[in-house]
Design a protein around this ligand. Structure first.
Ligand code: M6R
Length: 615
């Protein structure tokens, strides 16, 4: 959940570190720091953001040709300057470390090192790594070997970069369980948590694999793999060309990434569905070469995910059952991984994750394999992620980089992918006629335009947002496949506006939550024109009769009228099966505009980070 970057170059690398950190800030923003080698190790740290670090660096005129930097999401030790990375070890000659991940056995190592006279100046698990390397450096006298030796003692997840005062002509980097890549540039070599940080200097990228340790010099590099052997075997890794564009990672004309990403949804969904938009029929091969065989053996679905991705899974359950006739369960990854789960033969396990690095989702998928599930499919937005590498089958949502912490376009592209998967399975299970399949493809083809229409409700939503901004609580109601959409709407609102919001299946209201309803409680309801509309209307009456304020997002043709304390925004059209995807849009807009009204940090909400790479 932290971002790290390192650079060794012919030129001053401080601007590169700062620009890289600003690209990585979505990964954590509790503190920022850097260290450069320049007549000793010069370190600058702040509990402020990267912009504050830039000011400090400018004042102190920090520069150098080798350096590492970090933006932190606090796990061990509160956000403070002494807990900010880089961490040092050594008196006469220092080493510096930046780290993303969690060292699970840090207490045991800390105790051992204290007994050897090491003094700790932070509460972080990272400082343990710094001292451990310094301890091993005394025996091996070579930093590369000292890092390899130290890694054999570390339990948990890490991506690290290390530099040494004595020999500032190299950076040592290593990864296990957290993403890390190398950048090969004309002027030098780089290491970073993701490619967006290095776009400024190179597109030539090497994705490090589990257990890889790399040594970067200005004009050369070597990689060994230490997973099974202390000092590792030299390995060759493929150099990829990154196709990221500055447009994809920049704000452009928008004020916030979340706003940009909401409005990018028609294009993101069109890209995700590109391979079927011009097709007459859907081939299982779009999920991988083994998909036909695996899908033929599938008679049950288990979806595992967290947060917004979990909500996408919950919607898919309705589709899987209704369209494909497949039993489907959906599990929160952090719960599933610790349950005594029973494997049902013929189950396809689907992991959904925007980042593909969510620790709980990765662990839960591993656990599913351990308990006997044979086949897995990853739905993910990051091609080089651990999730994609781990699964038997894969489908990439092509949403482009999602930088705002609140997930938006990742969600709608996940839904589009899951609908595509449902149709594929339904077809293979002979639940759809050729004509049905054609109609489904036509519906998917229409989706980008329908999303464009849904975005047009923004001015009306803005009006509502003013009223919500003064509230401390809100309820969200939905039924059927729109219940998870209500959950997603509540998550968006609480995440970025800090208003306490809860979602209920509308039929559950009278079983308890109705007690919360009074004239100060806004109740948001999603009212598609489906077979449950009549039931939902009765639920809304229950709220109305108790003085609740109802804010209803209805389909264009839903037979529901506004009245006193019942406000309606109608979507431009009624789109049947696509309805949950379209009803997501006004809820995202509501959260965004309420956050604007309340003046919160839309893209970097407090206490959160984008990729949750720790348990
Ligand atoms: O990268 P993932 O999709 O695995 O992330 C899962 C959740 O952490 C994520 O969806 C989170 O709930 C979002 N911040 C919600 O907007």
């Amino acid at each position: 959940m932290c971002g790290i970057i390192g650079a060794i170059s012919n030129a001053n690398i401080v601007p590169i570190l700062l620009e890289g950190l600003s690209r990585l800030e979505y990964r954590g923003y509790d503190s920022a720091g850097l260290v450069v080698a320049n007549h000793g190790l010069q370190r600058v740290r702040t509990t402020g953001r990267v912009a504050e670090l830039s000011n400090l660096v400018a004042t102190q005129k920090t520069q150098g040709f080798t350096g590492i930097a970090h933006t932190r999401w606090a796990t061990h030790g509160k956000p403070s300057e002494h807990n900010a990375h880089p961490h040092f070890s050594g008196k006469e000659t220092k080493i510096a470390v930046v780290h993303n991940g969690i060292i699970e056995n840090h207490e045991a190592i800390r105790t051992k090192l204290q007994q050897h006279g090491f003094h700790f100046s932070s509460e972080t698990d990272t400082e343990v790594i710094a001292h451990l390397i310094a301890f091993n450096l005394k025996q091996t006298t070579d930093l590369f070997k000292a890092v390899c030796l130290s890694l054999t003692e570390l339990q948990g997840a890490y991506a690290i970069a290390v530099i040494e005062e004595e020999n500032p002509e190299r950076i040592i980097a290593a990864r296990k369980g957290a993403p890390l890549l190398l950048g090969l540039g004309k002027e030098g070599h780089y290491v970073a948590s993701d490619a967006s940080a290095l776009l400024q200097v190179t597109r030539d990228i090497i994705y490090l694999e589990e257990g890889d340790v790399a040594e970067l010099n200005r004009h050369s590099y070597k990689i060994v793999n230490c997973l099974h052997h202390q000092f590792g075997e030299p390995v060759q890794r493929i150099v990829h060309e990154s196709h990221l564009t500055n447009e994809a990672i920049g704000l452009g004309t928008y004020t916030h990434y979340m706003q940009k990403e909401i409005f990018e949804q028609p294009g993101a969904v069109a890209n995700t569905l590109e391979m079927v938009l011009n097709a007459e029929s859907i081939s299982p091969n779009i999920f991988g070469s083994k998909a036909e065989k695996i899908f033929s053996a599938t008679n049950n679905i288990l979806i595992i995910a967290c947060g917004t991705s979990y909500h996408a899974g919950l919607v898919a359950r309705y589709w899987m059952e209704t369209i494909a006739g497949l039993p489907c369960s959906v599990e929160i990854a952090s719960e599933y991984r610790y349950r005594d789960a029973i494997a049902v033969p013929g189950t396809l396990v689907i992991g959904i994750s925007q980042s593909g690095e969510t620790a709980d989702t990765l662990a839960a998928l591993n656990y599913a394999k351990e308990v006997g599930h044979q086949y897995s499919l990853a739905i993910c937005n990051v091609p080089e992620s651990a999730l994609i590498r781990q699964a038997d089958l894969r489908f990439l949502t092509r949403a482009g980089p999602e930088i705002g912490v609140a997930s938006t376009k990742a969600f709608t592209t996940q839904l589009a992918s899951l609908l595509l998967l449902t149709v594929t399975l339904a077809k293979m299970r002979k639940k759809l006629t050729i004509n049905d399949e054609k109609q489904m493809i036509a519906a998917l083809r229409h989706l980008p335009i329908a999303l464009q229409h849904a975005l047009q409700v923004e001015p009306q939503v803005k009006d509502w947002a003013k009223r919500f901004a003064e509230k401390n609580h809100a309820l969200f109601l939905g039924r059927g496949a729109h219940y998870p959409i209500a959950m997603e709407g509540a998550l968006k609102l609480k995440e970025i506006s800090y208003i306490h919001a809860e979602a209920y299946a509308a039929g559950e209201l009278k079983h308890g939550p109705l007690a919360l309803v009074d004239n100060d409680m806004p109740v948001v309801a999603i009212a598609p024109n489906d077979q449950l509309l009549g039931k939902l209307k009765s639920n809304l009456q229950e709220v109305h009769a108790r003085g609740g304020r109802l804010y209803v997002f209805a389909d264009a043709d839903a037979n529901i009228e506004s009245s006193e304390h019942l406000y309606i925004i109608r979507l431009a059209e009624h789109t049947g099966i696509l309805s949950p995807i379209l009803h997501t849009i006004p809820l995202q807009l509501l959260a965004y505009h309420v956050a604007l009204e309340r003046g919160t940090d839309v893209d970097k909400p407090r206490n959160l980070a984008k990729a949750v790479t720790v348990e």
